[in-house]
Write a protein that binds this ligand. Structure first.
Ligand code: UDP
Ligand code: MG
Length: 220
């Protein structure tokens, strides 16, 4: 949102999100194992995004000494359920504020602005609404799609070395169910708004990256 709109909103006492006029936000969705984290890392190189993985932020909070949410987060992750949105939205908002406070150099970061890839979020409609109401509006949703067979294969492979408590057959099944029941409606919601860019992520990392890069270039 241009700065002038912020000023008008202020004058009229209209509701504003925390960072709206300052940030470009792209949500990155797709089933567990779809390749979100891998492709986000490439986009950081290409365009200087700040990449925030909701799952990584939750895992860090889970292990933070003195966190009141450690047990809750651990249980949700293992069961493949969704941590209450207040926790995740707060972690994302704090991480965005910290990145903006760094005053990074590079394209997209001048004058207190920033560009963010929010990976693995929003996984449920209530999170989407809370984030867009309180934090910032999303410019687009990158949706990495592939078959459940491919997802399962990748997660079991990753599970050999990831050390993640949820990369095992039992947790994976639960994560797939949560994805279908809770996350697909989020993608459908943004689809109706014309904000979804769907990318088939069944192919190699390089092939998926090439398609993703050209799609994101058009957004910036
Ligand atoms: N999670 C959550 N809220 C979010 C994002 C993640 O509760 O907004 C939890 C949820 O239990 C999920 C787990 O964190 O199954 C792992 O998420 P991550 O994004 O790391 O998994 P990925 O999709 O990358 O495999
Ligand atoms: Mg991930």
């Amino acid at each position: 949102m241009p700065a002038i709109i912020d000023k008008i909103a202020d004058a009229l006492h209209l509701h504003k999100t925390a960072f709206d006029s300052k940030v470009t936000v792209i949500f990155v969705l797709g089933g567990p194992g779809a390749g979100k984290g891998t492709q986000c890392a490439r986009l950081v190189q290409d365009f200087g995004f700040c990449h925030l993985s909701a799952g990584d932020l939750l895992r860090a909070e889970q292990h933070r000494e003195g966190s009141e949410y450690g047990q809750l987060i651990q249980t949700c992750i293992k069961e493949g359920t969704i941590v209450p949105m207040e926790v995740t939205v707060k972690l994302l908002k704090n991480a965005m504020a910290a990145a903006l406070a760094e005053h990074r150099s590079g394209e997209g970061w001048a004058d207190g602005r920033g560009r963010f890839l929010i990976d693995g979020f929003p996984r449920k409609m209530d999170q989407a609404e809370m984030f867009e109401h309180d934090v910032a509006k999303a410019t687009a949703v990158l949706f990495f799609s592939t078959t459940e067979e491919v997802l399962l294969q990748r997660l079991l492979e990753r599970g050999k070395t990831s050390g993640r408590e949820d990369d095992n057959a039992e947790s994976i099944k639960k994560r797939f169910n949560t994805y279908k029941d809770q996350t697909m409606p989020v993608i459908e919601h943004y689809e109706k708004l014309g904000k979804v860019i769907e990318i088939d992520s069944s192919e190699s990392i390089d092939e998926v990256h090439a398609k993703t890069k050209s799609a994101v270039a058009k957004l910036l």
